[in-house]
Design a protein around this ligand. Sequence first.
Ligand code: IPE
Ligand code: IPE
Ligand code: MG
Length: 242
Amino acid sequence: MKSENSLIDRNINIPVHIAIIMDGNGRWAKKRALPRSAGHAAGSKNFKTIARYCNKIGVKYLTVYAFSTENWNRPKEEVDALMNLFRDYLKDTKKFIKENIALKFIGNKKGLAKDIIELMEQAEYDSRNATGLTVNLAINYGGRDEITEAVKEIAELVKNNKINIEDINEQTIENHLFTKNVPDPDLVIRPSGEYRSSNFLIWQSAYAEYWFSDILWPDFKPRHLMKAIEDFNKRNRRFGGV
Ligand code: IPE
Ligand code: IPE
Ligand code: MG
């Protein structure tokens, strides 16, 4: 069997920022005649495995899509199960932080329960000195919502004569995104056989490399991530040049 460490030996370029749409939990559960919440629990467990692996191989940023602004449209029971999984995870971040992983959250705090927001802020604070992987958890995140919020903030600055319209540029917009100061994702991975962004990092992924796979998220192993990174290494990123 190929060692998972073999990646590091093979002179492979590790992407600085990997983003993952953690999709397929529901179908994973259905295949096993389990409730969808069991799929989400398995997905949450897998998130921890993949985050640790990213830390081990030297990825600097891992952004994971955990709950979209559109996911509120799901049955209340499922939304509650997901929120409870976030709670469980956020109460148990000590080991992660000990492993030198920093935790950050992107998404709209409006709409989240107060105790979840407090746990998020605590985790960010507790992990503020970590120098390994930074995990950005996208909870109540939508790319359109993020851009809308940025536009509102910038409009407010213009209204108060803090900036001129002529001075607004791409950097201005980036400074008002949740991902301010985070480099753009190099590689966006979507498992579960869907070929769409579903409103994930739509500004930031303008030049990201996409990698799709039929594997359902709870079955997505470090070796699949390794394969994605290997394929990424074969891509020719031109950024509009020749
Ligand atoms: C991804 O799995 C998790 C969330 C969207 C919260 P899904 O729940 O979307 O799983 P499928 O797509 O129904 O299989
Ligand atoms: C995207 O998956 C959101 C997350 C993985 C959190 P969805 O399952 O919500 O996306 P669609 O509905 O298939 O586009
Ligand atoms: Mg889905």
